[in-house]
Design a protein around this ligand. Structure first.
Ligand SMILES: Cc1ncc(COP(=O)(O)O)c(C=O)c1O
Length: 455
């Protein structure tokens, strides 16, 4: 039986929970005001400026972190999905300390780069690798390569996906319903001021999980030579590809001579050693990596076929950067990928992911919440929607941001540091104990009981 959820009650509980979180994190609340004197919105990245106020973190170990007020949390945010290896992992910390003692940067080749590249080639079934310093740089490099290889400027992307903050992909990331246009022909909507119209004109937008729409768009736009896709949509909770969708995307892009990029910044080295490529068995022309790949240090990486990556060796495509392959990042990445995130680690993330999903789904069912659980390996979420969300438009239609925010406040007030913002999911780490996974579900149960109570 679906529960009746009273809107006034949701509002009341939200106010109470917000006050409680503000009181508990009062030092952060005060400090952010000082921070605003020198940092717009008081933070280094706008993704860190969240309601009720940004919470400053002082340190972490394993699955635990501490904030400026001394509160301890079990971390399910994990730095936007980076820290699957847990905080301050001793093997990675030792590798970083060793490099810190003998020089962190020379802008010259080092042996570790080759070992990390070999490990990524093994994982992702593509023969050549280059490094960068963020997921944004990785998708930027892959788009440039794809355009150079195809000889076409046009790019197709999925409505509602984020691929980093460079202009080419800051299009229809979170378009408002008034601006997004008809489903059959979505508009290309800028995600920020400052994006030139000429860039928007080069981007064709299609819905996720709809191979026919992609085929039709590529038939109509023969100036498109690049497709970038996040093969599991992870910036609208979790939206998995329907069975056969990724295979269809591979086939359709091949048919139209379009270079296919998988943005595996969030999934790569996280949902399996070889990310979506391994888990779903579909190999694109280029893969963009970031986040967990660097073992907790800033990294980007691109993988591609011999032919496409050959453009770099031939110096036709510029793929450059002062810090690319720097010793610090490479030492952390090598330790993480070759000594920490092994087969047993991925097996543990699978089991842990199933456990938290099962427990939270049981709560959804028992309380009749308009919500369901969805996830892949250590990434998952409670999707606050009474119908399955399959693309951005069904997300905007059915997603209950108010319930999502209230559940987030419950977690934050009960020792669970959950990713802020309506669009995110949890990321488990290998350091999470079963008791912590069960605590997450127990707090969710408290939320469910309160929100469905009468009066
Ligand atoms: C799918 C995806 N691609 C690219 C990026 C950009 O990565 P970065 O923030 O390291 O530039 C992100 C960041 O959240 C992402 O989620």
């Amino acid at each position: 039986m679906p529960a009746r959820i009273d809107a006034d009650r949701v509002q009341r509980l939200t106010m109470l929970m917000e006050e409680s979180l503000k009181a508990k994190t009062a030092r952060s609340g005060r400090f952010v005001e000082e921070a605003k004197e020198v940092l717009p919105a008081g933070v280094a990245s706008s993704f860190q400026a969240n309601r009720p106020h940004p919470i400053f973190i002082t340190g972490g170990r394993g699955s635990r972190i501490w904030d400026l007020d001394g509160n301890e949390y079990s971390d399910f945010h994990n730095g936007f999905g980076v820290m699957v290896m847990g905080h301050a992992h001793p093997v990675i910390a030792a590798a970083i300390a060793e490099v810190a003692g003998r020089g962190t940067h020379f802008a010259a080749p080092n042996e570790s780069t080759v070992r990390v590249a070999r490990e990524l080639v093994r994982r992702f079934r593509l023969p050549k690798v280059r490094f960068a310093n963020s997921g944004t740089e990785a998708t930027l490099d892959t788009v440039r390569l794809a355009r150079a290889f195809s000889g076409k400027d046009g790019l197709v992307k999925i409505e509602g996906t984020y691929h980093g903050h460079h202009d080419a992909v800051m299009v229809s990331v979170r378009p408002s319903p008034e601006k997004m246009g008809p489903r059959a022909r979505p508009a290309s909507v800028p995600q920020s001021a400052g994006i030139p119209q000429a860039v928007l004109d080069m981007v064709v937008v299609v819905p996720f999980n709809d191979p026919d729409a992609l085929d039709a768009a590529l038939t109509e736009h023969d100036d498109v030579g690049t497709m970038i896709i996040e093969p599991i949509m992870l910036n609208c909770g979790v939206i998995p590809p329907r069975p056969g969708y990724l295979e269809a995307v591979r086939e359709i892009t091949r048919k139209h001579g379009v270079v296919l990029i998988f943005d595996e910044v969030k999934t790569g080295n996280v949902i399996a050693a070889g990310g979506v490529v391994e888990r779903y068995g579909v190999v694109p022309d280029l893969v963009a990596l970031g986040k967990a790949t660097g073992g907790g240090t800033p990294i980007g990486a691109i993988l591609g076929s011999e032919e496409i990556m050959g453009l770099i060796a031939e110096r036709k495509v510029a793929q450059v950067g002062t810090f690319n392959g720097n010793p610090l990042t490479m030492a952390a990445a090598e330790a993480c990928l070759t000594r920490v995130l092994d087969e047993a680690a991925y097996a543990r993330l699978d089991v842990a992911g199933e456990r938290i999903l099962r427990n939270c789904q049981e709560v959804c069912d028992r309380f009749g919440l308009p919500a369901y659980t969805v996830g892949v390996a250590g990434k998952g979420c409670i999707m606050f929607a009474d119908q399955p969300v399959v693309d951005y438009r069904s997300y905007t239609e059915h997603f209950r941001a108010d319930l999502n925010y209230l559940a987030w406040l419950y977690h934050m007030n009960h020792g669970v540091y959950m990713t802020p913002g309506a669009d995110e999911q949890w990321t488990l780490s290998i350091a999470h104990a079963d008791e912590e996974l069960d605590h997450y579900a127990a707090v969710f149960e408290d939320f469910a009981r309160e929100v469905t109570a009468a009066g």
